[in-house]
Design a protein around this ligand. Structure first.
Ligand code: NAD
Ligand code: TYD
Length: 343
């Protein structure tokens, strides 16, 4: 099996590559990543010398680079590469449209030209917009994205479906809920909270903190992604959720408990504009068709994740100071194009 992964130096992509390399030693993995502020090759240190792993630095908007990097007889593209943080998309949506929309179309064109076997597109539950208290996002629910990030991901999904309908591309789309776990850049809520608290700093809570997210450990997500890649039906969308909804205050409560810290470490600040109140994916179809279920309970997953960040202070410090970018220079003799911004 020859798999071309985009965005494999990021949080979920690097977990996916580590899992594939360990579970399928005969699979060949090519990681194509632009190395933005979110791409960190030290996430892949455990596999970088594996004979079946190769890194290629490039931008998914660059069709020539893609054509050069995608091998002949490529069984699958797994497309993680994206600008992924809602707050950044509120501050500036341009990069989101370029990478998430134009980049996805450029990759679809390259997949077609290279006759790639399957296109696994990684999307998000955020394309469905904010759910009411009793509402669930189903695979056939209408899309109602409300942040520039979610809108760019919804556009990308439409382009993938269009390539399937128009050109017969074999694709599957996954929509996952909020991931957490090791190697997550400390700009998203949970790693930000853990890193702040480990440094003795407070955690900013937007608005009343009663927004609901369905947390899933990244290992559970990647297990599902592998199932969809190998056994998902062509042209289908699969939801992946943790089945463990928590308000932000509850989720942060679990982090505080793991660190034995008081609630006074939470500071309420003004709300995010257009803040989605609740995400809720119905993943019954994925469970019943692919015999998958999340296994890591939120409280156990949080304890493990807090321990990981506490034991990997070098990784955190390097990421927060931007020094991880030196890794590229040392190992690859290259400098990243996008400057790191401290979360
Ligand atoms: P991330 O921000 O950690 O990583 C993104 C990766 O993409 C980085 O390595 C970055 O360098 C690379 N990249 C960005 N622009 C690129 C470009 N133009 N060309 C090539 N590479 C580029 O993101 P993540 O949290 O690992 O998310 C991965 C995917 O999963 C994204 O598509 C995201 O929308 C989706 N997703 C994430 C979550 C979550 O909770 N993190 C939930 C649902 C879906
Ligand atoms: P985030 O991790 O950015 O994921 P998303 O917005 O894609 O769900 O945020 C998760 C929730 O936490 C969301 O409701 C916004 C909130 N939040 C805070 O309250 N404070 C923070 O500092 C951040 C980054 C997020």
């Amino acid at each position: 099996m020859r798999i071309f992964v985009t965005g494999g130096a990021g949080f979920i992509g690097s977990q996916f590559i580590r899992d594939i390399i360990h579970r399928f030693p005969s699979a060949e993995v090519i990681n194509f990543d632009k190395l933005t502020y979110a791409g960190n090759l030290s996430n892949l240190a455990s596999v970088e010398s594996a004979p079946n792993y190769r890194f290629y630095r490039g931008d998914i908007c660059d069709s020539e680079a893609l054509f050069e990097a995608i091998p002949r007889e490529c069984d699958a593209i797994v497309h993680f590469a994206a600008e992924s943080h809602v707050d950044r998309s509120i501050h500036g949506a341009r990069e989101f449209v370029l990478t998430n929309v134009l980049g996805t179309q450029t990759l679809l064109d390259a997949a077609r030209a290279r006759k790639v076997g399957r296109f696994l597109h990684i999307s998000t539950d955020e394309v469905g917009g904010s759910m009411g208290p009793d509402q669930w996002l189903r695979e056939d629910s209408p899309l109602d994205p409300r942040s520039p990030y979610a809108a760019s991901k919804a556009a990308a999904e439409h382009l993938v479906r269009a390539a399937g309908a128009t050109f017969g591309l074999d694709y599957a789309i996954t929509r996952t809920s909020n991931n957490y776990g090791p190697f997550q850049f400390p700009e998203k809520l949970l790693p930000l909270a853990i890193c702040n608290l480990l440094d003795g700093q407070t955690v900013p809570v937007y608005g009343d903190g009663l927004q609901v997210r369905d947390w899933i450990h990244v290992e559970d997500n990647c297990r599902a992604l592998i199932e969809v890649l190998l056994s998902g039906r062509a042209g289908q969308t699969y939801h992946i959720g943790g089945g463990q909804p928590r308000t932000n205050r509850e989720a942060l409560g679990a982090v505080l408990e793991a660190l034995n810290m008081p609630e006074t470490m939470l500071t309420h600040i003004s709300d995010r504009p257009g803040h989605d109140r609740r995400y809720a994916v119905d993943f019954t179809k994925t469970s019943s068709e692919l015999h998958w279920a999340p296994e890591i309970s939120f409280e156990r997953g949080i304890q493990r994740t807090v321990r990981w960040y506490a034991e990997n202070r070098d990784w955190v410090n390097a990421v927060r100071s931007g020094h991880y970018l030196n890794y590229y220079r040392e190992h690859y003799g290259i400098a990243p194009r996008t400057e790191a911004r401290v979360a």
